[in-house]
Design a protein around this ligand. Structure first.
Ligand code: OKP
Ligand code: ZN
Length: 327
C-alpha cells in the first residue's frame, strides 16, 4: 500500500459551519490530517503537475463554470468588502439562475447548504488534493493499492455544486479519469450524493453506498433505497448500526459491484461510522475497520482509497490505519 499526501492541502482551514440555527466550530479541522499521518507508516509527496493538468482532471467530474467559481470566489468575496470565510447563504432552489452578477448569487447557485466554507487557501488546497489523488490513482492503475490522504472530503460535491465540506469529488474524478471499468464503494456515514449525481448513468462505473438513512440524517434529499437502479445501489442503515449489520450490507454491496467485473475499486472511506464520532450515529469500533477493509479487499481489484469524513480526531488515524491494514 502506497500513501500520498501533500502538505499544501493544509491551506484549507475552515472556522465554522452553520446549522441548527447557529454557527458551530467546523468539524473538518486540519488536525484530522495529523491524526492520520501519525498512524500510517510513510507518505509520498505527489509529483508536481501543471495547473492545466489538474484542471483537466477535475473537469472530468465538474463543470468549467463551477471550477471557475471555486477559483475566483475568494478574490471576488474580498472585492465585495468581506473579510470572513465565505458561506453561501442564498439558494435559487427551483429557479433557473442566469446572468448572475453578485458573488453571493453565484455562490448560492453552486451550493446546496451552509456547510462548505471557502477561504483564501481553499483553491490551492483543492489543487494540491487533486495532485495527491492523481498520484494515488496512477499507483493503483499500476497495480498497487493506494491511499490518497484527501482533505477536505469530496463525496458531497456534485457536477456543479459544493456542500457538506466538499468542493471537488475525489472519487468521481478518479473513476472518470481512470479509463477503466470502476467500482465506487462509499463507506462514509453520510450518503455520497455528489458522487451519485456525477456518475449516475455512466456506462463503465458502478456506485454503491452504505450510509445513514436520509430520513434521519444529512444529506436528507438523496440516498434512499428507492433511489437505487441502473449503476447505483443505495443501502441506507438505521442509526445505531454496528459491525455485524454493517458488514452484511457491505457484503451485498461488494457482490453487486463484483457482477460488473471492475478493473479498479475506488473506496470513499469515511471513519465517521465510528462509535465515538461527534456528528454521526453508527457504532463501528476501531478493531472493526480491519474486518470491513478485508471485506472490500476481497473484491481482489487494485484499489484507490480516498478519505472522506471522520471527526473523532484522536481516533481517526487508528481507524484509517485499521482499514488500510487489510489492503
Ligand atoms: C461530510 B462528510 C449535522 C450538520 C451537517 C454537514 C455534514 C457533512 C459531512 N449536524 N453538516 O460526509 O463526512
Ligand atoms: Zn460523512
Amino acid at each position: 500500500m502506497r500513501c500520498f499526501w501533500d502538505e499544501a492541502s493544509r491551506a484549507h482551514a475552515p472556522q465554522a459551519e452553520f446549522f441548527n440555527g447557529a454557527l458551530h466550530p467546523a468539524a473538518d479541522v486540519v488536525e484530522r490530517v495529523d491524526s492520520v499521518l501519525a498512524a500510517i507508516d510513510r507518505t509520498e509527496t505527489p509529483p508536481t503537475k501543471s495547473d492545466a493538468e489538474l484542471l483537466a482532471a477535475a473537469g472530468r467530474a465538474h463543470s468549467a463554470e463551477y471550477l471557475d467559481l471555486l477559483r475566483v470566489a475568494w478574490d471576488e468575496w474580498q472585492a465585495a468588502g468581506r473579510s470572513g470565510d465565505i458561506l453561501p447563504y442564498a439558494f435559487p432552489i427551483h429557479r433557473k439562475p442566469r446572468d448572475l452578477q453578485r458573488i453571493d448569487a453565484r455562490l448560492g447557485a453552486h451550493a446546496y447548504d451552509t456547510c462548505a466554507p471557502i477561504m483564501g487557501g481553499t483553491w490551492d488546497a483543492l489543487m494540491a488534493g487533486t495532485g495527491t489523488l492523481l498520484a494515488a490513482l496512477d499507483s493503483a492503475l499500476a497495480g498497487e493499492h493506494s491511499f490518497a490522504l484527501t482533505r477536505p472530503p469530496g463525496h458531497h460535491a456534485g457536477p456543479d455544486y459544493m456542500g457538506g465540506y466538499s468542493y471537488l469529488n475525489w472519487a468521481a474524478i478518479a473513476a472518470l479519469g481512470s479509463g477503466k471499468r470502476t467500482a465506487i464503494l462509499d463507506l462514509d456515514y453520510h450518503h455520497g450524493n455528489g458522487t451519485q449525481d456525477i456518475v449516475v448513468g455512466q456506462e463503465s462505473i458502478r456506485f454503491a453506498s452504505l450510509h445513514a438513512d436520509p430520513a434521519t440524517d444529512y444529506p436528507y434529499f438523496w440516498g434512499s433505497a428507492e433511489e437505487s437502479g441502473g449503476n447505483v445501489l443505495n443501502l441506507p442503515l438505521p442509526r445505531g448500526t454496528a459491525c455485524d449489520a454493517y458488514d452484511t450490507a457491505l457484503a451485498r454491496a461488494c457482490d453487486w459491484l463484483a457482477e460488473d467485473r471492475p478493473e479498479l475499486l475506488v473506496v470513499s472511506f469515511g471513519a465517521d461510522t465510528f462509535e465515538g464520532d461527534p456528528i454521526s450515529h453508527f457504532a463501528i469500533r476501531t478493531g472493526d475497520y480491519a474486518r470491513l477493509g478485508a471485506r472490500a479487499a476481497g473484491l481482489g481489484v487494485p484499489t484507490l482509497i480516498v478519505l472522506e469524513g471522520g471527526y473523532a480526531v484522536d481516533a481517526l488515524g487508528h481507524n484509517v490505519a485499521a482499514f488500510l491494514s487489510s489492503f
